[in-house]
Design a protein around this ligand. Structure first.
Ligand SMILES: NC(=O)c1ccc[n+]([C@@H]2O[C@H](COP(=O)([O-])OP(=O)(O)OC[C@H]3O[C@@H](n4cnc5c(N)ncnc54)[C@H](OP(=O)(O)O)[C@@H]3O)[C@@H](O)[C@H]2O)c1
Length: 287
């Protein structure tokens, strides 16, 4: 099913994996960013880039020029994400761009108040009759390299309020390949895919794997939500961040994320990437 694809969030962790997967298939796509130079740095100069900001409605028309399908992704740690993306969803409706792949999140149904903005956007897309596919990835394996690097390298800890719960961390490369596949093939409209890695690990397990791949002991102190909030607040994080993260990590802490889905394997015809390989690449001593 040919057609031009717009990738929102193209310079980020997920969007760049989607872009790279589409690039490897020779697909026709345009990568959106508030700073188009960042697109060139990610993908090289051969990729079409467009200036786009969900908050600036004057960028909508040029970003959707000639576009048939949209990979829709909102920025992280933004409890107002539904309000940010809603005007753009209305713009797509008005332009008659009907095919959308929306990057939602694992837990959107299991724990409704953990990320209410994803539930709101899923409902908005469904209620407006889009031919939509919801991708619901679990916690990314890349979170450790992206968000915990300083803790791991300098403090020798992984520090998340995840208790003793487990998650089957997903390799973002798999999310990118799944997104490319469902954007390019017919038959995925109206579907929901839960994207996980093959095995669920606790944060104690993660600390053990990191210790092996780094050749030094990495601890997991299992901070309580209160201890975690104190540390974040005293480090100067905005007030809402600890509350938000505690809710999200509650998915793991309370046992909801201890689940390995068959969807990546069914869609890609191979076993999903494992956490260890991502940790070796991102945080191994040779990384
Ligand atoms: N981390 C996890 O474990 C996890 C798990 C499941 C789901 N998710 C979901 O994944 C999403 C985050 O994806 P990510 O990790 O790829 O984020 P990311 O790496 O932080 O990238 C965010 C992207 O959003 C773009 N962006 C930010 N503000 C924008 C705006 N006002 N208008 C247009 N674009 C904007 C940025 O582009 P420019 O700066 O170039 O404009 C960037 O490309 C969130 O919706 C989160 O809920 C995360």
């Amino acid at each position: 099913m040919a057609g031009k694809i717009l990738i929102t969030g193209a310079t980020g962790t997920v969007g760049s994996a989607v872009g790279k997967a589409l690039q490897s298939k020779g697909a026709d796509f345009v990568a959106a960013s508030r700073e188009v130079q960042k697109v060139k740095e990610k993908f090289g100069s051969g990729v079409a880039a467009i200036a786009f900001d969900f908050a600036d409605h004057s960028t909508y028309e040029s970003a959707t020029q000639g576009v048939d399908k949209v990979f829709l992704l909102g920025p992280p740690v933004d409890p107002g994400m539904d309000r940010l993306l809603t005007p753009f969803v209305h713009h797509l409706r008005e332009k008659g761009i009907n095919r959308v792949v929306y990057l939602s999140a694992f837990g959107v149904e299991e724990v409704k108040d953990s990320m209410p903005f994803h539930a709101t956007l899923e409902k908005l897309l469904k209620d407006n009759g889009f031919a939509v596919t919801f991708l619901r990835p679990t916690f990314f394996a890349q979170n450790f390299g992206n968000y915990e690097r300083d803790n791991i390298e300098n403090r020798k800890v992984v520090y998340s309020p995840a208790g003793q719960g487990k998650a089957a961390f997903v390799d973002i490369k798999d999310v990118g390949e799944v997104a490319a596949r469902v954007l390019l093939e017919p038959g995925h409209e109206g579907k929901v895919y839960t994207l996980t890695g093959p095995v669920a690990y606790s944060y104690g397990d993660v600390a053990g794997i990191l210790s092996e791949v780094r050749g030094e002991t990495i601890h997991y102190p299992a901070p309580s939500p209160e201890e975690y909030a104190q540390v974040l607040n005293s480090a100067g994080a905005p007030e809402f961040v600890a509350g938000y993260m505690n809710k999200v990590y509650g998915l793991i802490r309370d046992g909801h994320a201890d689940y390995a889905s068959p969807d990546v394997e069914n869609l890609l015809g191979r076993r999903p990437g494992d956490l260890r390989s991502v940790l070796v690449k991102d945080l191994g001593k040779q990384a």
